[in-house]
Design a protein around this ligand. Structure first.
Ligand SMILES: Cc1ncc(COP(=O)(O)O)c(C=O)c1O
Length: 462
């Protein structure tokens, strides 16, 4: 059953068993055969190599005696875990208890809530039904039935106006952004406006594509369009549903203003809608794209609503960009896994995705309230910047509380958290802040993390 690719140096002075033994030993020493790797049965390897079985048995026995292989009745022969000296040191490391750490850095999601059974059912149905078309190459922009489902879903929940054939399935939001930057550069752009504070990872993507990320300030109403206009850029990346990381919703007046700016400069607004599913009802508005599909590039992701591991996202681009994006994409990766796309579409069509989101939304809403209550009670003087968006709280600290000292004090209490400056593109004298992510830590762990934070705050309070 197990196949082994083995090159034996034929040396007529050595027996076949010795040649085999040397070849195996060499592969183990060089790391090609990793600890724990199953090797074929003696009968199978003898057949594969065209030698008698006793040759293989003799080689295996010798390597077992030397500690290179281990053999157990019922589970066959495997490469031994490690040389005896290494086993000793590995044990000592394993026995050292690792301290518990509460990770409140923004960017995570609750992967423990991943709807495993529903996903297994979807995958199983898709694989059972898959014919030559489903198992072959998918069109680079995505399978047509999947794009139909997605276009219907995005229209239903976000008001997105897109024809299925103009919607692209991407490998996460990240790929959509990279594609877009490449096309913007080809069209003569040399800079892209970005929200400040924002996501340093996205600025790196933009810079890697040869464009300059230009900081645009945000306030309680989202991105400041007057400041954007003053930069001279003609494209901007925004998170209108819930500004990352402040959580502010772009106000209706700003939405109008932003779209008027895009028309005036003949430019584009890139709408990163990655966490819109978790915006509280009072703050929820249709996607910006629904107001101007000719000026807004709409991009979403399955990373927060299901799991980052899926690497699934989507992109709806205005006609002026869509064809170029498709052309570039076809030269990059020939599309995402068709089976995963189909499983995702099935999850949506069966209603399981909506059910899952309803549960997750309620859970995140509870956590958000818990964070706000905890802050009000235990961190006097600190105040959340915005109300009901996002998967993190942007907590403005009083001036006396140096941000770096707070991050360090929290770390000493085993709480990982980032300061506002981590998310800042410009270095100015903005008030100290913490960004508390609550999506990746569950109930009691969130409570313990927050308690650690309160103790750290008390440690610093003058
Ligand atoms: C601001 C922002 N946009 C989008 C995403 C989703 O990216 P992706 O779909 O590549 O995982 C993230 C993930 O953390 C994010 O923080």
């Amino acid at each position: 059953m197990w196949h082994l690719s083995l090159s034996m140096e034929s040396d007529t002075r050595e027996t076949l068993a010795a040649q085999l033994r040397n070849a195996l030993r060499r592969q183990i020493d060089q790391g090609a055969l990793r600890p724990g790797t199953r090797v074929p049965s003696s009968r199978q390897l003898a057949k594969d190599l065209g030698v008698s079985r006793t040759v293989v048995v003799e080689a295996y026995e010798q390597l077992c005696a030397e500690g290179y292989l281990t053999s157990q009745r019922g589970s066959g022969t495997s490469v031994a875990d490690a040389a005896p000296a290494e086993v000793g040191s590995a044990l000592t490391t394993d026995e050292t208890p690792t301290p518990e750490v509460w990770d409140l850095r923004a960017g995570g999601t609750d992967v423990s809530a991943f709807p495993r059974q529903d996903w297994i059912r979807s995958v199983s149905a898709v694989v059972r039904a898959a014919g030559p078309r489903e198992l072959g190459y998918a069109p680079p922009s995505g399978l047509p039935p999947v794009r139909r489902t997605l276009a219907g879903y995005l229209g239903r929940v976000r008001g997105v106006r897109v024809r299925p054939e103009h919607l692209m399935v991407t490998s996460g939001f990240a790929q959509g952004l990279a594609l877009l930057c490449r096309v913007l550069r080809d069209q003569g752009h040399d800079a892209v406006g970005v929200e400040d504070p924002g996501h340093p990872g996205e600025w790196a993507f933009i810079a890697d594509a040869g464009l300059r990320p230009v900081a645009v300030p945000v306030d309680r109403h989202g991105i400041r369009v007057d400041d954007l206009a003053a930069t001279g850029v003609r494209a901007v990346l925004t998170t209108p549903a819930s500004q990352f990381p402040t959580g502010a919703a772009l106000s209706p007046q700003r939405r109008e203003h932003l779209l008027a700016w895009a028309r005036a400069v003949d430019g584009y607004v890139v709408e990163d809608d990655f966490d819109a599913a978790f915006v509280a009802p009072a703050q929820r508005m249709p996607a910006l794209q629904s107001l101007a599909p000719d000026r807004v590039v709409y991009a979403g992701s399955a990373s927060k609503v299901l799991a980052p591991a899926l690497r699934l996202g989507w992109l709806a681009a205005p006609p002026g960009l869509a064809a170029s994006i498709e052309r570039v994409r076809a030269g990059w990766d020939i599309g995402c896994s068709g089976l995963d796309q189909l499983a995702f579409a099935r999850l949506v069509d069966s209603g399981a995705f909506d059910r899952h989101l309803r549960r997750l939304r309620a859970e995140f809403q509870r956590r958000r309230q818990a964070v706000h209550q905890h802050v009000a009670r235990h961190l006097p003087g600190a105040s959340p910047l915005s109300g009901d968006g996002g998967l993190q709280t942007y907590l403005v600290l009083p001036r006396w509380c140096a941000e770096e000292s707070m991050v360090e004090a929290a770390r000493r209490r085993s709480v990982l958290v980032r300061g506002g400056r981590f998310h800042a593109l410009r270095h100015d004298d903005r008030p100290p802040a913490l960004v508390l992510g609550y999506a990746g830590v569950r109930g009691s762990d969130l409570g313990r993390g927050l308690a650690g934070l309160a103790t750290a705050y008390r440690d610093l309070t003058p």
